[in-house]
Design a protein. Structure first.
Lengths: 151, 195
């Protein structure tokens, strides 16, 4: 197999039909949007990147989601207790487990990469922790490519 | 507020982000939508738009551009050697390329950094070897196709990013097993029908 210069950056957004990842090369970031049977590539050269904006979900929205999940879980638990349904109890447990995993992974965010002609969302950087981890790698490389740190 | 305020916008509410909020060590709160954000701004943002050199008209005795005979040639194409004016010269990977070479490189897939999509034949072969198993009859058609795809595209360029051949191997093993099972089943049924 021929050696490849690409190195994977932290983070991936997966669903059954798509997977988005970011890869690092010597002079650019490669965004791979995989549709299972085909892959689409988009390159962002270090010298063209103007800014990267990480926006965390607003606290009010976060609290609304928390409240909605708690209401649904309590309702399902109550139903499971009243009708003594094992299936409903398992569903409630799985929902609660999913929610706990979601909370443990940290706050969600959207990450946008700005160039002179585009503003693209980077779907793989969808958690603040992951975005910060990736940006710790990207930031010095972009600054080095553009000669001198940003003011 | 800085004059550069409008250069960056909150991706949640489209409100302008003041320059003082750029490159901060921690998250800041958007005054408009209250969403926490962090901006990593780079020197390219502060630089003005890059100056594009205009192609100069040719004087008598000067070399002309291959594509624009009235324009002065400034450099030859590093691929094909054609003379190019400032308008036609494309700075690519540290070389000077003409538009035709760039287009040809993209069309013929000879330049990897110009490719914007690829087909994953290994995933197709694996899907053909696994998904039809839920039916009894579909593997009869799909497993030979899976084996064909795995052999035909074994050496074809795979994904640009690192990817092993494990899917090809799995497709070959699974589809091969299915073909053997089908052949055995057909032989068994024929033998049973014999008096």
């Amino acid at each position: 197999m021929t050696p490849t210069p690409y190195r994977k950056l932290p983070g991936a957004k997966r669903n059954p039909l798509r997977k988005a990842t970011l890869w690092l090369s010597s002079d650019h970031i490669l965004a791979v949007d995989s549709h299972r049977f085909t892959e689409e590539y988009k390159r962002y050269y270090f010298k063209d990147i103007q800014a990267i904006i990480v926006t965390q979900i607003a606290a009010t929205t976060d609290r609304t989601i928390d409240l909605a999940v708690i209401i649904v879980v309590v309702f399902l638990a109550f139903v499971a207790w009243r009708i003594e349904s094992r299936a409903t109890a398992i569903t409630t447990g799985l929902l609660l487990l999913g929610y706990l995993i979601h909370k443990a992974l940290g706050p969600i965010c959207s990450c946008h990469l700005i160039t002179a002609v585009s503003s693209d969302k980077l779907p793989s950087l969808n958690r603040v922790r992951t975005a910060q981890k990736a940006l710790r790698i990207i930031q010095p490389l972009v600054e080095q490519a553009q000669r001198g740190p940003a003011s | 507020m800085s004059s550069l305020t409008s250069r960056l916008f909150c991706t949640n509410c489209n409100g302008g982000i003041p320059e003082e909020e750029w490159n901060t060590p921690d998250m800041r709160i958007c005054p408009a939508c209250e969403a926490p954000f962090r901006v990593f701004a780079f020197p390219a943002l502060l630089q003005g738009p890059r100056a594009i050199e205009s192609a100069q008209h040719v004087l008598e005795g000067e070399a002309t551009c291959f594509y624009h005979p009235r324009k002065k040639a400034v450099t030859p194409c590093d691929r094909c050697g054609r003379f190019l004016c400032a308008l036609c010269e494309i700075d690519f990977r540290g070389e000077h390329w003409c538009p035709a070479c760039l287009e040809s490189g993209q069309r013929k897939r000879t330049v990897r950094t110009l490719e914007n999509s690829r087909t994953n034949y290994d995933s197709i072969a694996l899907a053909l070897a696994t998904l039809p198993i839920i039916t009894i009859w579909l593997p009869v058609f799909c497993s030979p196709v899976a084996v064909y795809l795995a052999i035909r595209y074994w050496n074809a360029p795979a994904s640009i990013v690192p990817r092993t051949r494990i899917r090809y191997w799995l497709a070959l093993v699974l589809a091969g097993s299915q073909i053997i099972a089908i052949v055995w089943l057909v032989t068994y049924l024929i033998d049973r029908r014999r008096p």
